[in-house]
Design a binder for this molecule. Structure first.
Ligand code: SF4
Length: 427
């Protein structure tokens, strides 16, 4: 198998279907039910070091993405990842195994255990070839709380814990849901997936569940799937705090969350984390908030582990403003980018730091806006080496001149531009 034969521009990349980027091939590996084993993480670090640039992104769906893999090294990289059980049987299977799991489920005693359900669901999408026709970006999430969005991110179908039952939501319809028992949950989700596929087959404009909801309404889709839906209370859509630093309920420590600055870690940092984690630790959980959650349940060990993470430049404090920033790879990693988004985002942090607290920021190398789907308080969109600044919007609005608060800001001036709006909103 050669990389060239499997390159698809604009597709959601995988490991068996890598995407060419400005710095080489992007090879994306998916966790299993939201978890990587410690040995798998170690294999990712080694593979990134030997066959890629050494840079690894944690995506907003909790996947790990090796950057800069060369054409020549691609086959050997896949062999190394396969040996660590990280490669699916086919590209179609890896594409459909698009599942986000609450990173605290199974370790936080206050959350429902949804990881086993997510694993069973992955088995269903692997075995049922009808579901391989789902769009590459179509995803399903499992939340251990009543908040359906895991880490504040919407998925096409969202499953939330609801007492001794589960509530199933469709993206774009927070006001309607169905309540099902654990025994009936996966049957209901499979029916909803098939109902979506049927609608998509008859209408090319239906590419995601949100499109189907907009075109037909959620009640019709639930009815088509023969699933009884009712009005839902909703929970106000409040984003949960990022699970970073010492994770505890009362006196009971149950984990440590390590944030990756702008979603990136380098192989040597990942190696250090793996070494510092206890050998008996098995699974490490990924959060769409670009956090790795290590299930450490001893206070002293947790503190020592956080010290290592701190020393190597990773995030261990929930107050770190970088946790509220979504930054795409930018130039030179992505050919579409015309600015060094990551360097510019770091300069923004260095210049403003504390005053960014409480604001969401999205720095995007172009209008595509890969790093964040929802709107942010401040969105900086690169265009020909400068940035358009959008308030309370998304990169796609950069083409709508009236919605751009400031146009063509030089990268060196973005701190002043953002600072001006922060001062205005404070006065
Ligand atoms: S938003 Fe644009 S520049 Fe950034 S990674 Fe996506 S395509 Fe590349």
């Amino acid at each position: 198998m050669t990389a060239a034969a499997h390159l698809r521009k604009g597709w959601c990349p995988g490991a068996l279907r890598p995407m060419r980027s400005g710095d080489g091939l992007l090879v994306r590996v998916r966790p299993r039910a939201g978890a990587f084993t410690l040995s798998a993480l170690h294999a990712v670090a080694e593979t990134a070091k030997h066959f890629g640039s050494g840079e690894i992104d944690l995506t907003n769906r909790g996947n790990l993405q090796l950057r800069g893999v060369s054409n020549e090294g691609y086959d050997a990289a896949i062999d190394a990842l396969r040996a660590a059980c990280l490669i699916d049987e086919t590209a179609a299977i890896e594409a459909v195994r698009n599942v986000v799991v609450d990173p605290l489920s199974s370790i936080d005693p206050a959350r429902s255990y949804v990881r086993a359900l997510a694993a069973a669901f992955e088995g269903i999408v692997v075995d049922d070839a009808r579901l391989w026709a789902l769009p590459g970006k179509f995803g399903v999430s499992f939340s251990g709380t009543s908040e359906p969005r895991v880490g504040g991110r919407a998925a096409d179908i969202m499953i939330a814990s609801d007492g001794d039952r589960f509530a199933v939501f469709l993206d774009g319809a927070a006001e309607v849901s169905c309540a099902v028992s654990e025994d009936n949950l996966l049957t209901a989700v499979r029916r909803l997936l098939l109902a979506f596929l049927d609608l998509a087959a008859n209408d090319p404009s239906v590419r995601r569940m949100r499109d189907a909801v907009a075109a037909h309404g959620a009640p019709m889709i639930f009815a088509k799937a023969e699933v009884h839906a009712t009005q839902s209370r909703g929970n106000g859509g409040i984003d949960p705090p990022p699970p970073v630093g010492l994770l505890a309920r009362g006196e009971q420590v149950f984990g440590v969350g390590i944030g990756l600055p702008f979603g990136r870690i380098v192989a040597d940092q990942l190696d250090r984390l793996c070494e510092a984690a206890a050998a008996k630790l098995n699974d490490v959980f990924t959060s769409p908030q670009r956090i790795l959650v290590f299930p450490v349940n001893d206070h002293a060990r947790a503190e020592a582990f956080m010290k290592v993470a701190d020393d190597i430049g990773l995030i261990t404090a929930g107050s770190d403003v970088r946790l509220a920033m979504d930054v795409c790879p930018g130039s030179p990693g992505c050919k579409n980018a015309t600015t060094d988004t990551r360097g510019d985002a770091q300069r923004l942090v260095d210049g403003l730091n504390g005053s960014l607290s409480g604001y969401t920021v999205h720095v995007s190398g172009c209008e595509k806006g890969c790093a964040r789907r929802s709107s942010a308080d401040f969105t900086l969109v690169a265009r020909e080496g400068r940035y358009d600044l959008i308030r309370n919007g998304s990169p796609q609005l950069a083409g709508v001149g009236a919605l751009v608060a400031l146009a063509e800001v030089e990268p060196g001036d973005i701190g002043n531009a953002v600072s001006r709006f922060i001062m205005e909103s404070a006065s």
